[in-house]
Design a protein around this ligand. Structure first.
Ligand SMILES: Nc1ncnc2c1ncn2[C@@H]1O[C@H](COP(=O)(O)OP(=O)(O)OP(=O)(O)O)[C@@H](O)[C@H]1O
Ligand SMILES: [Mg+2]
Length: 382
């Protein structure tokens, strides 16, 4: 292991911090046959938690587990494609018998069945447009899951995306199938809190109270500090708890951001040289600078009004009452109307987010970069 602070994907329990209570809860719910809604901000660790639990002995080997991220899908056809492909890919290693059973039941996907020219191994190859009746294919997929020789767990990540599909009755269609499942449990996860809550907890919606809620918050500060110290010591590196604590607090315990800085620090540290605060500041500056072209690209796509509002929110860090005359005057913004339109756009594009009673830049590194370039001119000193 070159750097034990993992910054993309899930590797194994040793490099995964805590989430013990959440794992017990998730495993208990799904093995008990209950569907689950998992909600947190982006990059808090939903996908990691799902993978961590899927690898647990209570699930691995006992259930077939499937994971689909539907963030990039925009209609039922693409949803069905993703789900079908994921099931196929996870069955493929089990051999031809499983693949044949898959295409026997999901016959509308049979045109996707091809053999790799070089290796002779089965491959799934179909144009999305070739899925002519997605509702039929969907029905077949559910029928397959119900007939599998083990119980199935299907995790659908970024589930709120179904609200963007043009099909009007998408929730009702999915709900009808899911309601009939006896052999399959679902985990719906998502980062848009309000959208997710509306799907599952509004009494007028098909999914109303059909799943238990698990909210993922920041990992406990002390637990994270201990975890990070352990990983540093694996590489004979020493970091004062204070530096880890400061990082934790700067990002309010937001998992990926802390991990990214720890990862940077790990690479900056020579063996046995204890980490100084200066090095920490270097790590934050380096990390943020590495995304600069991405941030400039994002800004390029925004109108002047949208940018003004974004800078104003970044300057305040946590911006409250952004439609008030006071906020508008303080930042020289145009009008309450333009702030409203811009805020809606920025939220829709995941550039800012609304929590409780304040707004903030969604990507915390982007927030710091904006503060440096359009605010105080400095990175926050900690
Ligand atoms: N418990 C953990 N221990 C260590 N690192 C973690 C943990 N949880 C998350 N991470 C780190 O944060 C990153 C983001 O986690 P993950 O992808 O699970 O978040 P997410 O909530 O699914 O985000 P998104 O909404 O963007 O999909 C991981 O790649 C990993 O680097
Ligand atoms: Mg995720």
């Amino acid at each position: 292991m070159r750097n034990p602070f993992i910054v993309s994907g899930y590797v194994s329990p040793e490099y995964f911090c805590d989430r013990e209570k959440e794992s017990v809860e998730l495993i208990r719910k799904v093995t008990n046959g209950n569907n689950l809604v998992l909600i947190s901000s982006r990059r808090m660790g939903k996908t990691g938690l799902i993978e961590h639990c899927f690898g647990n002995e209570a699930i691995a080997g006992r259930y077939y587990t499937f994971y689909v991220d539907i963030y990039a899908t925009s209609n039922l056809q693409e949803f069905v494609f993703k789900l079908g492909k994921e099931i196929f890919e996870s069955l493929k290693p089990k051999g031809r018998k499983f693949v044949d059973f898959f295409f026997n039941i999901i016959s509308s996907l049979r045109p996707a069945f091809k053999l790799d020219e070089k290796t002779g191994a089965p491959i799934f190859d179909i144009g999305i447009g070739e899925i002519r009746s997605p509702e039929v294919t969907l029905e077949e997929i559910f029928s397959y899951l119900e007939r599998a020789d083990k119980q199935c767990i299907v995790a659908i990540d970024e589930f709120q995306q179904i609200n963007k599909y043009p099909e009007e009755n998408i929730e009702a269609i999915l709900r009808t199938h899911i309601q009939r499942c006896r052999n399959t449990v679902f985990i719906y996860s998502g980062s848009r809190r309000t959208l997710m809550q509306n799907i599952f907890f509004s009494s007028s919606r098909p999914f109303y109270q059909s799943a238990a809620l698990l909210s993922l918050e920041a990992i406990n500060e002390k637990t994270y500090i201990k975890f990070a110290q352990q990983l540093f010591s694996l590489g004979n590196k020493t970091v004062k708890p204070d530096v880890i604590r400061k990082t934790y607090r700067l990002f309010e315990g937001h998992t990926w951001y802390i991990q990214a800085i720890m990862n940077e620090l790990y690479s900056l540290l020579d063996d046995f040289k204890p980490c100084a605060v200066k090095m920490f500041q270097q790590a934050v500056a380096d990390r943020i600078a590495s995304y600069e072209s991405l941030y400039l690209g994002t800004l390029n796509l925004l109108s002047d009004r949208q940018k003004e509002l974004l800078y104003a929110i970044a300057r305040e860090g946590k911006a409250m009452e952004i439609f008030s005359g006071d906020f508008i005057r303080r930042h020289g913004l145009h009008s309450a109307g333009s702030v409203q339109t811009s805020a809606k756009y920025l939220i829709d594009k995941d550039i800012i987010t609304k929590e409780d009673n304040f707004y903030l830049v969604y990507d915390r590194f982007f927030g710091l970069w904006l503060q440096k370039h359009f605010g105080t001119g400095l990175l926050p000193v900690i």
